[in-house]
Design a protein around this ligand. Structure first.
Ligand code: FES
Ligand code: FES
Length: 168
C-alpha cells in the first residue's frame, strides 16, 4: 500500500506519520499513538466503542480514514481530562457509577460530551438519540442516563469559555 505523510492533530498535539491514507483512524490512535481510550468493538461503525471527537462532533474512529481526519481537531478520551482533573462528563459517570465492564464507556462519554457541547440541557429524547447507536452489553443504561443528566448540570455550571476549552 502506498504511504504518504499525514498530519493528525490529536489532543492538541500534531503527529505526522507516514501511512496509507486509507488507514482507519482508530488503528493509528491505538497502535501508533498509544491512545487506548477509543476501543475496538466491531470495527464496522456499529457499536460506538471507538468514538472520538472530531471538530467537536462524535465520530466513529473505525470508519474514518487517516486522510479524512487530517488537519481536523481530534480529541480522544485521554484529551478530555486526567485523573487529577476530570472532565465534567467523566466526573458524572463516576458519581453515578455508570459502568460495569466499562467497554462502552469511551463511546458513551464521547457521545455525551458532543451532545452537551451543543446543549447542556438536552431533553430525554435528545439524550436517547445521541446514545441510541452506542451499545452497552452490560445493560448499564439507567445509570448512563443519570450520568448524562448529572454531566449536563456540571457543564451548565461552567463558564462558556471553559466549556469550549473542554473540546479543543
Ligand atoms: S469499533 Fe467502531 S463502531 Fe464499533
Ligand atoms: S458497561 Fe459493559 S458494555 Fe457498557
Amino acid at each position: 500500500m502506498k504511504t504518504r505523510p499525514i498530519a493528525l492533530d490529536v489532543n492538541g498535539h500534531r503527529h505526522t506519520l507516514d501511512l496509507p491514507p486509507e488507514t482507519p483512524l482508530l488503528y493509528i490512535l491505538r497502535n501508533d499513538l498509544g491512545l487506548n481510550g477509543p476501543k475496538f468493538g466491531c470495527g464496522l461503525g456499529e457499536c460506538g466503542a471507538c468514538a472520538v471527537l472530531i471538530d467537536k462532533r462524535a465520530v466513529r474512529a473505525c470508519t474514518i480514514s487517516a486522510a479524512a481526519a487530517e488537519g481536523r481537531a481530534i480529541v480522544t478520551l485521554e484529551g478530555l481530562g486526567t485523573a487529577d482533573r476530570l472532565h465534567p462528563v467523566q466526573q458524572a459517570f463516576i458519581e453515578e457509577q455508570a459502568a460495569q465492564c466499562g467497554y462502552c464507556l469511551n463511546g458513551m462519554i464521547i457521545a455525551t460530551t458532543a451532545l452537551l457541547l451543543r446543549d447542556t440541557r438536552p431533553d430525554d429524547a435528545a439524550v436517547r438519540a445521541a446514545l441510541s447507536r452506542h451499545l452497552c452489553r452490560c445493560g448499564t443504561h439507567v445509570e448512563i442516563l443519570a450520568a448524562v443528566r448529572r454531566a449536563g448540570e456540571l457543564m451548565a455550571a461552567l463558564p462558556s469559555s471553559t466549556i469550549a476549552e473542554k473540546a479543543s
